[in-house]
Design a protein around this ligand. Sequence first.
Ligand SMILES: [Zn+2]
Length: 117
Amino acid sequence: MAAEDAESPLERIARLELEITRALAERDLASDSDERSDGHHHPAEAATDADLRERYLRDTLRLRDQLERLGRARAAIAAGTYGICIDCGAPIPEGRLAALPDAERCVACQSLAARRR
Ligand SMILES: [Zn+2]
């Protein structure tokens, strides 16, 4: 749809922020009901629960992380530095920004940064 192509970076970021905020809110509700059912757990389920809980925490952290990066992207738009690689200063291709509005690095620098981790 043409309207989607015309979406500005700020609109993209706002949409993603809303999606993530909603996902996090749903998670909060889900963890509330988890705690309520904690009373009657079978010991055999404990390992699975721990796995689920760990995955749940990891996903939650990932979402919070993404929200933080979107906040930085928003600040970069305000500062006029959005779409510029924070490592090498090269412009990040529009296609990459469309797919990853919170991208802070060009593809080359991102793969270097990922290897450093
Ligand atoms: Zn770069």
